[in-house]
Design a protein around this ligand. Structure first.
Ligand code: CA
Length: 230
């Protein structure tokens, strides 16, 4: 299936040049002149990447990028700014508000295609890492669901975070204090005992015999380790 690239650009000539080159390279392109309502159009078309002009007639690209980053549908879509101004301020501002890259006009169609390809490849890799699979466990970070074999586990948010940490750090032993730092972070009012309580609850979800765990084992005198198993 063709990947979709949105071109938000009010200069008609440039927009159609980009459209032509993207289409010729196998992408599905869509030109939006950047008027009001662009965000809604992007949300309904759901592009895989957005080329975003900085200077738009009714808004500016930076503001639109901020809205894109706050949109539930588009928040993770790569944004490449197209800018006529090459000064550092634009560039830094653009990247700080959630742009992934920028290109200074004029640029060659070849350069553009190379960047688009690179960003979509990176995005595919990131999507892969949103799926964590260890032994019979499969965790999906996007939907925040976790399965043991084909059975979905009903976990609380802390149990989910704890299991997510163990699945991504399988085979290594962690002390209670380390787990507190990694999973609970800045939260106060938690003690090493909190870890034990949550480990016990998590074992009830994932172990056939919670008192004789196969995956989430106790490292005596130290803490816990997740066994890669199977
Ligand atoms: Ca413009």
């Amino acid at each position: 299936m063709a990947r979709k690239v949105a071109i938000v650009e009010d200069e008609a000539e440039l927009a159609s040049l980009l459209d032509y080159n993207l289409t010729r390279n196998g992408y599905q392109a869509c030109v939006l002149p950047g008027a009001k309502g662009t965000l809604r159009e992007l949300e309904s078309w759901k592009p895989d990447l957005i080329l975003l002009d900085v200077m738009l007639p009714e808004s500016d690209g930076f503001e639109l990028c901020r809205q894109i980053r706050q949109s539930a549908v588009l928040a993770r879509t790569p944004v490449v700014f197209l800018t006529a101004r090459s000064d550092e301020v634009d560039r830094v501002l653009g990247l700080e508000i959630g742009g992934d890259d920028y290109m200074t006009k004029p640029f060659s169609p070849r350069e553009l295609i190379a960047r688009v390809k690179a960003h979509l490849r990176r995005e595919e890799r990131e999507e892969e890492s949103l799926q964590v699979g260890v032994g019979p466990f499969r965790l999906d970070r996007t939907s925040r669901r976790v399965f043991l074999r084909e059975r979905e586990l009903e976990l609380t948010s802390t149990e989910f975070k704890l299991l997510e940490f163990f699945l991504t750090h399988a085979g290594r032993a962690y002390s209670r204090d380390q787990l507190l730092g990694e999973v609970w972070g800045e939260q106060r009012f938690v003690t090493p005992r909190t870890v034990d309580v949550h480990i016990r609850r998590l074992r009830e979800h994932i172990e056939e015999e919670p008192d004789n765990p196969r995956y989430l084992t106790t490292v005596r005198g130290f803490g816990y380790r997740f066994e890669e198993g199977e």
